[in-house]
Write a protein that binds this ligand. Structure first.
Ligand SMILES: NC(=O)c1ccc[n+]([C@@H]2O[C@H](COP(=O)([O-])OP(=O)(O)OC[C@H]3O[C@@H](n4cnc5c(N)ncnc54)[C@H](O)[C@@H]3O)[C@@H](O)[C@H]2O)c1
Length: 263
């Protein structure tokens, strides 16, 4: 990472892979300095080396470790101006009666508690300085029923945490917004497709735009929400879903309407 302290600094949890890596890469392109923070130390370092970021090891389920990383990041790189909380885990579509509570708790611990603990650790420091912005990563499953009985509720909670913290920090100069991606072909979704648990044709056909969301699509939305261009925006949940929320229910009417040709 360049050491030009006049460039703003962003930390991305879950930044070693997928959406977090995409956010980190786009922020770097937009002139931010970036710290990639991930539970997988080697992967975080490899991603950071590849894209030109710094790396820190972070387990968001360990509140003391999150606090220590917030201190270390600021001691080594300076005040963290922006945070993206992309650390998260998926779950298999197990029927609720077969879904072990220990597995439920594990999803809650990363997606819900981890997001809250991280946002508060960095948000508190931003609020004391009177400046900062946070983007949390929710999901379209926050607002539509899916057979993911822990994952979906954790994402609904992320939207709620976003709103609660946005209201709390607003007068302290800190904005907090959520991005809810649609289907992004990151390693966990690719693995589910490879296992035959998800059909890529159905995933893309039900989105109005007819394609997967790219990690860069989420990264560009995050870069906007973290920038001063979005200075009047706080507490929102922005779907970046290729129109899945408007397209999915059209199945009962024969599906998303075809192109009218001529292009
Ligand atoms: N892929 C999708 O279709 C999709 C859609 C909507 C939302 N999301 C959300 O986007 C976020 C990123 O998911 P992804 O698809 O890029 O997956 P991914 O597995 O590629 O990336 C997640 C990263 O989080 C890290 N991580 C996991 N547990 C952690 C912990 N306890 N502490 C720190 N880091 C941890 C992983 O090591 C990994 O690098 C998740 O919150 C996920 O729920 C994904």
């Amino acid at each position: 990472m360049t050491e030009r302290a006049e460039q703003p600094l962003a930390l991305v949890t879950g930044g070693a892979s997928g959406i977090g890596e995409g956010c980190a890469r786009i922020l770097l392109e937009k002139g931010w300095r970036v710290v990639v923070a991930d539970i997988r130390a080697e992967a975080a370092q490899a991603t950071a080396d590849r894209i030109g970021a710094a790396a820190l090891t972070l387990d968001v389920t360990d509140a003391a470790a999150v606090e220590a990383v917030a201190q270390e990041a600021e001691a080594r790189f300076g005040p963290v101006d922006a945070l993206v909380t992309s650390a998260g885990v998926l779950q298999p579509p197990t029927p609720p009666e077969d879904f072990a509570l220990a597995d439920f708790d594990a999803v809650v611990s990363v997606n819900l508690r981890g997001t809250y603990v991280t946002a508060v650790a960095f948000g508190t420091r931003m609020a004391r300085r009177g400046r900062g912005a946070i983007v949390t990563i929710g999901s379209i499953t926050a607002v539509r029923a899916v057979p993911l009985h822990a994952y979906g509720p954790t994402k609904a909670a992320v939207v709620s945490i976003t709103q609660c913290l946005a209201a709390d920090y607003a007068r302290s100069g800190v904005r907090v917004n959520c991005i809810s991606p649609g289907f992004v072909a990151t390693p966990p979704l690719q693995a589910a497709i490879a296992r035959g648990q998800r059909d890529p044709r159905l995933l893309t056909e039900s989105a109005a735009l007819g394609r997967f969301v790219a990690v860069e699509d989420v990264g560009r939305a995050a870069a906007f929400l973290l920038s001063d261009e979005a200075s009047a925006i706080t507490g929102i949940n922005l779907p970046v879903d290729c129109g899945w929320l408007i397209g999915a229910h059209l199945g009962t009417y024969g599906g998303v309407r075809p192109a009218r040709g001529g292009a």
